[in-house]
Design a protein around this ligand. Sequence first.
Ligand code: FAD
Length: 388
Amino acid sequence: MSLFHRDTREEADFRKEVREWLEVNVPEETRHELDVTNPEVSREWHHKLWKRGWIAPHWPREYGGMGGAVEQQVILMEELARVGGPYVQPSGLNFLGFAIMEFGTEEQKKELLPRILSGETTWCQGYSEPQAGSDLASLRTRAVLDGDEWVVNGQKIWSSGAPHCDRMFALVRTDPDPAVKHAGISMLLIDLKTPNLTVTPITTLTGHVHFSIVSFDSVRVPKSSMLGEVNKGWKIANHVLTYERISGSSPKHDLISMDVLRRLATKTGRINDEAFKERLGKAGIDVIAHIAMHRWAIERVKAQKSLGFSTSVMKIAGSDALHGVTDLLLDAAGSDAASEEKPMDNDQQLDALGLFLLSRRSTIWGGAAEIQKNIIAERILGFPRSWR
Ligand SMILES: Cc1cc2nc3c(=O)[nH]c(=O)nc-3n(C[C@H](O)[C@H](O)[C@H](O)COP(=O)(O)OP(=O)(O)OC[C@H]3O[C@@H](n4cnc5c(N)ncnc54)[C@H](O)[C@@H]3O)c2cc1C
């Protein structure tokens, strides 16, 4: 049974099968990692899930996915969250893959999609630049065609997973003087081992090497490495962002934090405090609403219906729900939150501070919360642009 849904007999059988397999296959020492601490473990885990046929419940069958029922996708997500399965690099599986299905040539589909599925090639996203984040269309990384190659110069920043990934899908400016700045941008698929390309890792507040700066100094990329048409990359960028917002708004982070919260509050006795219980009830309702919204979104995607600007609503709902739970985690941990020694429960560290810090990033990635609120105000509620 999930948080607010009673499994049918078939779903219960599937859940049992998943749970039993995960119990045997997720090594104890890799459970409940907060981020990618060991890229080899992450790759091995990806490969294992792929061999079991469970890496891509959301991919259509024609591209090697499970084409699974929405409930199966939700069950897999819930059970993986419960057991704390290792980190899997999401960019290829959850966003770029769908863009290749939509905009790629037959050769690109044949070459790239199976390698994303198997985990042979991992991808990171090269959108943000030091001077272009929220205002992404101001990006300056330049690609100029020279014979059969694009020559790329510029810099990307905050590229998640780049220190551990094989390739980057990067937005580059191919027309320096377009009529509107959203035009003249293209999407290049770049091997991170190409000469003159440098990846400089950035360590985060939680001590993880999650981000990096990627610098291009006349990096030569084959002409055939373009996804979609020259100067038409903005549409692809937004397609990717839609899938990124769905994937990143997965309630799995709420479920992981809620599980730690339940155990921690029971251990510290905070669970018996009436005011705490009231806040817990509110946080629980937000999580349930978030799960319902996510389920609705994957049903629509599966039915090939547009999500429109609702991904902005989902992103806000997701980060609000997660913040509600992780605020309570700090409350439940009390002064222990700042201690080096984390409370333990059945060999698992209950790292309230780690989860709290990680949750804060959810308002920034994939388009900051303020930008999503602008979109909701103007595109959904019909406020004029002058309201800003
Ligand atoms: C966990 C995480 C993972 C990420 N992964 C990647 C990745 O893999 N690849 C990648 O390319 N990027 C990645 N990013 C970067 C992310 O996309 C940017 O940080 C984000 O778009 C914001 O851009 P910025 O940091 O330049 O902030 P800015 O755009 O400078 O914004 C600073 C502040 O001003 C606010 N602001 C800006 N413009 C407006 C406006 N018009 N109205 C109201 N408020 C505004 C913003 O909301 C924000 O609070 C990641 C970020 C995080 C946190």
